[in-house]
Ligand binder design. Structure first.
Ligand code: NAP
Ligand code: ZN
Ligand code: ZN
Length: 348
């Protein structure tokens, strides 16, 4: 049971600070990863501050993990010591149910085991996330990273990447479609890159017009200030699909007014308070409001391979772990370009 350095919080009101945890030695099908980089997801902030009411403490966040394998069990086939491995939002599932059989472990009937703050299926402990020096995981829940990708910039693909790639694929986003991305943050900028890469007419909807030039560089064909009713009105009834990544409570109706008949707005952002919808926004065009959560192991690997083929990574600001509390505050001020990633060597 090697001691492992980490950053944790003890309650919803305290900042993250140094903490020591233990990781088990890897079982036959498990690997121990020395973490090189871990992305800072807005979900980490929601969880640290118990904004969804499900956090337990001590809590070590972090589910955008990229590192190097330092030990592999005897039955491991995908990795050997020295290989790069990556872990996202889930680290286990029942592996037997129908969704698990399809490689959609995130929809596991028994509930997937989250990378942190969940009950470990093997030893019953509480899972501790990637703001730490090492992670132990079954090889099924670890991914390979294409060799051409910068590792710090690849880390956010494990959550922000797959959470936007999966719904854009599911709703067949491609050429001839006008697609809106709500929010230009960690998820939003990846959604924008994918929508552009898939050949759609990509429109960034943002509350921060100062991000306009960046949005265009990242692939936006148009940028719309979502707080300007006139600007929104000019796009009324014209969108085939909207992906909403906003992290703070907001009305859905202004965005629903942008949809064409029978079109879908998919929510991936998880604000503290649930959204409200005026049903008239839906019935007048048979619109759908849908939701999507990360992606399964098969699709996550497909997404990473796609990123390798197309040279897609996240725009990152690499920070030492000592700056993570400040990074949380900047994330709340929508002041992140466009994902903080912790250089885990700063933990040593
Ligand atoms: P982030 O980097 O902080 O970005 C959030 C963005 O939301 C902001 O940059 C801002 O973009 C926009 N925003 C903030 N307040 C808004 C408001 N009142 N109205 C409209 N837009 C607003 O956060 P993130 O890491 O991308 O995460 C976004 C959300 O997705 C979080 O709630 C997170 O928990 C959730 N999430 C869900 C999944 C899933 O599986 N479904 C996975 C990961 C994360 P502009 O400045 O451009 O307006
Ligand atoms: Zn996340
Ligand atoms: Zn299952």
């Amino acid at each position: 049971m090697p001691a492992t350095k980490a950053y944790a919080t003890m309650d919803a009101k305290s900042p993250l600070g140094p903490y020591e945890i233990t990781r088990r030695d890897p079982g036959p099908a498990e690997i121990n990863i020395e973490i090189l980089y871990c992305g800072v997801c807005h979900s980490d902030l929601h969880m640290v501050r118990n904004e969804w009411g499900q956090s337990t403490y001590p809590l070590v966040p972090g589910h955008e993990i990229v590192g190097r394998v330092v030990a592999a069990g005897s039955a491991v086939t995908k990795f050997k010591a020295g290989d790069v491995a990556a872990v996202g939002v889930i680290m286990d599932s029942c592996r037997r149910c129908e969704p698990c059989g399809r490689g959609e472990e995130h929809f596991c009937r028994e509930g997937a085991t989250l990378t942190y703050g969940a009950k470990d299926r093997i030893d019953g402990s509480t899972t501790m996330g990637g703001y730490s020096s090492n992670y132990v995981v079954h090889e099924r829940f670890a991914h390979t990273v294409p060799a051409n990708l910068n590792l710090a910039a690849a880390a956010p693909l494990l959550c922000a990447g797959i959470t936007t790639y999966s719904p854009l694929r599911h709703w067949n986003v491609g050429p001839g479609m006008k697609v809106g991305i709500v929010g230009l943050g960690g998820l939003g900028h990846m959604g924008l890159k994918f929508a552009h890469s898939f050949g759609a007419h990509a429109v960034q909807l943002t509350t921060s017009l100062k991000k306009k030039d960046d949005a265009i560089k990242l692939g936006a064909d148009e940028v719309v200030l979502s707080t300007d009713p006139d600007a929104m009105q000019r796009h009324a009834g014209s969108f085939d699909f909207i992906l909403d990544t906003a992290s703070a409570p907001h009305a859905l109706d202004p965005y629903l007014s942008l949809l064409k008949q029978d079109a879908t707005m998919c929510l991936v952002g998880l604000p503290e308070k649930p959204p409200s919808v005026n049903v008239f926004s839906l019935i007048t065009k048979r619109a759908s409001v849908a939701g999507s959560m990360i992606g399964g192991m098969i699709e996550t690997q497909q997404m990473l391979d796609y990123c390798g083929q197309h040279g897609i990574t996240s725009e990152v600001e690499v920070i030492p772990i000592q700056q993570v509390n400040e990074a949380f505050e900047r994330m709340l001020k929508q002041d992140v370009k466009y994902r903080f990633v912790i250089d885990m060597s700063s933990l040593k």
